[in-house]
Design a protein around this ligand. Structure first.
Ligand code: SAM
Length: 285
């Protein structure tokens, strides 16, 4: 069946697939200084945010991504007080981070203020913690921010970025991961959104090589479902400063004081398991 203009489609050339959402109406279109930002209302997935033609998030399934980008890293850090989010302009990761009582400061550094302003309007539920006194939102380049950060000033750094093109390209490099390493406290944790384990094998290998090269003692990719991203199977990669990525605060995770829809201790344990194809076909673990 050919799709008409009532569908939004994102084609993935390297996957040989396209993913489509039935649209009720386009709510917003803006060429920002950095990217083209579009918001749609869909019939089945709620609101949809698109940057430069690529799906960023929908109301219906963003919880999978935001919970997996936050809770495994925060429960791996020994005592997460200071958290830095690079990108993440929709504020969903910030909301999850602020669920942790130990967090005293959560800084979100997105290059594009327009993303946050649109999120406040169309995804207010993701922005409900933006006025938390522990939250700090700044709109500048995350690469520069980390390069100038004080040594050992963060316990967790979350790279909630767009794909490695345009302004986000430099967020996937060894030089950037080295600056993050310097900015992390002992036992600190870096987590990067690391694309699809079904499709992006070379990128995943490069992320592991770059993180290992930057000095982290352990690097581990955690897969999770994400229906609206290419292939529907996504991942985040944890890199730990002088500790093991498999060593997380299990008791705190089991007794967490906040609600989640996907993350729990068993999901965390399961995501730490290594599928044989990670080793055999991608060359990572
Ligand atoms: N979950 C999404 C995904 O994986 O497709 C990412 C969502 S979030 C909206 C990505 C954010 O990264 C965007 O708001 C973009 O402005 C931001 N970004 C890209 N490059 C950046 C940089 N160099 N510094 C800070 N933020 C950056």
């Amino acid at each position: 069946m050919a799709l008409d203009e009532t569908w939004f489609s994102e084609a993935c050339e390297e996957c040989g697939t396209a993913f489509s959402l039935k649209i009720k109406e386009k709510l917003h279109e803006q060429q920002t200084e950095f990217q083209k930002l579009e918001i749609y209302d869909t019939t089945a997935f709620g609101k949809l945010m698109v940057l430069d033609g690529f799906i960023m998030l929908t109301t219906r399934d963003n919880f999978l991504y935001h919970e997996m980008m936050s809770h495994p890293a925060l429960f791996t850090a020994p005592h997460p007080r200071r958290v830095l989010i690079i990108g993440g302009g929709d504020c969903g990761t910030l909301r999850e981070v602020l669920k942790h009582d130990s967090v005293e400061l959560a800084q979100q550094i997105d290059i594009d203020e327009a993303v946050t302003r649109a999120s406040e309007k169309y995804f207010p539920e993701l922005c409900e913690s933006n006025n938390d006194p522990r939250a700090e939102l700044k709109f500048i380049d995350g690469i520069k921010w980390v390069a100038e950060a004080e040594a050992e000033s963060y316990d967790v750094i979350i790279i909630d970025s767009t794909d490695p093109v345009g302004p986000a390209k430099g967020l996937f490099t060894e030089a950037f991961y080295r600056n993050c390493y310097r900015a992390l406290s002992e036992g600190g944790v870096l987590v990067q959104q690391s694309e699809s384990p079904l499709v992006h094998h070379r990128l995943l290998r490069e992320i592991h090589e770059a993180m290992n090269g930057a000095g982290y003692s352990d690097v581990k990719t955690l897969p999770f479902p994400q229906p609206v991203y290419p292939s529907g199977w996504w991942s985040c990669t944890l890199a730990v400063k002088n500790d093991r990525a498999t060593n997380f605060r299990e008791r705190d995770s089991a007794n967490k004081s906040f609600a989640t829809r996907y993350y729990n201790i068993d999901i965390h344990r399961g995501a730490l398991a290594t599928p044989p194809m990670f080793i055999d076909e991608i060359g990572i673990r």
